[in-house]
Design a protein around this ligand. Structure first.
Ligand code: NAD
Ligand code: TYD
Length: 350
């Protein structure tokens, strides 16, 4: 029987990972540790919260003593570490929160795991969830592979790169069993509406402007969040110790093409005349240090561990739009209060 600590399980990707593990592995005990920042929402896990193998711990990974104590108390044998500050724009306005959670928080977990596991590493695993943004920005051609040099540009990606290096350092120095994956942009249900896709769905729904950074020519490689959770399941169980796996679905879109597709689907769903939502597009000042293109080569994961994405993008984006339109209470809840103040500040200078 495994006792798995999943950090950040109340967030977007974490909630899908928790759901998959709780339902698929009834014999595992799943401990969701989350500080419930603005991005954490236990409502995301309503359907599993009463499962006998699910437990919630409200705690902050920046609190090193607490992490040490919890590892002693619960005797976790594995960690799937997703807790992070995750939004690039917030990292530009407030880098220190990213340094604290993404770097210091990760080291606190590494210290606690190493301290409690070092007498016997057998059956232990520290799985660190990371991003393709650590590799920096691509030109028009090429892909990120596991051996691409790190070249982060935002405080967010630099803090994630730092945490990746530290996880590898604990493996090489102390032999801490670990694995890392670096995934491309995720989309799907339960994503906080500060990221492009849910923000724009919400704005179209409310007839608000769609703030496109620069010319909208930047390219992102989008993966449905449930396919990311499936990859995490495979890597957790079958990944080789000390290895890194890239996760992505070869699904590149310029922002402007993606936004126009969303406008078209939203016009259909909201029964608006074709072209109505596109009129909301508003070109605004570009993001500082805006990476031009991300694109993942996930051959290693596909060839060695047999993972392939299950959903085509056209299907995934329709499912996603349907989810937000069918869960308007969720959207209204998370966009009220503090988030509105953030939103006003974020866009006031643009
Ligand atoms: P998210 O912002 O939706 O969720 C982060 C979660 O971490 C929230 O529940 C939040 O409450 C929690 N958290 C934040 N600070 C904490 C702290 N100090 N202590 C405990 N909990 C804390 O993020 P997400 O998009 O779900 O991303 C999850 C992970 O996946 C992150 O590590 C991110 O870097 C990585 N990732 C994200 C994407 C993406 O497209 N969203 C792509 C690749 C990798
Ligand atoms: P985002 O969802 O923030 O993910 P990331 O920056 O981690 O890739 O942004 C995706 C792309 O959309 C990125 O190129 C920035 C752009 N973008 C906008 O043009 N306008 C917006 O309001 C937001 C939030 C993002």
């Amino acid at each position: 029987m495994k006792k798995i600590l999943i950090t950040g399980g109340a967030g977007f990707i974490g909630s899908h990972v928790v759901r998959l593990f709780v339902n698929k592995y009834p014999k595992y005990q799943i401990y969701n540790l989350d500080a419930l920042t603005y991005a954490g929402n236990l409502f995301n896990l309503k359907d599993v919260e009463n499962s006998p193998n699910y437990h919630f711990i409200k705690a902050d990974i920046v609190d090193g003593e607490k992490m040490m104590q919890l590892f002693g108390q619960y005797e976790f044998d594995s960690v799937i570490h997703l807790a992070a500050e995750s939004h690039v724009d917030r990292s530009i306005t407030n880098p220190m929160e990213f340094i604290m959670t993404n770097i210091v928080g990760t080291v606190n977990l590494l210290n606690a795991a190493n301290h409690h596991w070092k007498s016997d590493f057998e059956g232990k695993r520290f799985y660190h969830i990371s991003t393709d943004e650590v590799y920096g920005s691509l030109g028009a051609t090429g892909f990120f592979t596991e051996s691409t040099s790190y070249d982060p540009h935002s405080p967010y990606s630099a803090s994630k790169a730092s945490s990746d290096h530290l996880v590898r350092a604990y493996h090489d120095t102390y032999r801490l069993p670990m694995v890392i994956s670096n995934c491309s942009n995720n989309y799907g249900p339960n994503q906080f509406p500060e990221k492009l896709i849910p923000l724009f769905i919400n704005n179209i729904r409310n007839n608000k402007p769609l703030p496109v950074y620069g010319k909208g020519e930047n390219i992102r490689d989008w993966l449905y969040v449930v396919d990311h959770a499936r990859a995490i399941d495979v890597i957790f169980h079958k990944g080789s110790d000390g290895q890194t796996y890239n996760i992505g679905g070869h699904n590149e879109w310029t922002n402007i093409d993606l936004i126009k597709l969303m406008c078209k689907v939203m016009d259909e769903k909201l029964i608006r005349a074709e072209g109505t939502s596109e009129k909301l597009i508003s070109y605004v000042k570009d993001r500082a240090g805006h990476d031009l293109r991300y694109a993942i080569d996930s051959t290693k994961l596909q060839r060695e561990l047999g993972w392939i994405p299950s959903l085509q993008f056209e299907e995934g984006i329709r499912l996603t739009i349907d989810w937000y339109l069918n869960n308007q209470v969720w959207l209204d809840e998370v966009t009220s209060g503090n988030y509105l103040k953030y939103y006003e500040k974020q866009y006031e200078e643009r």
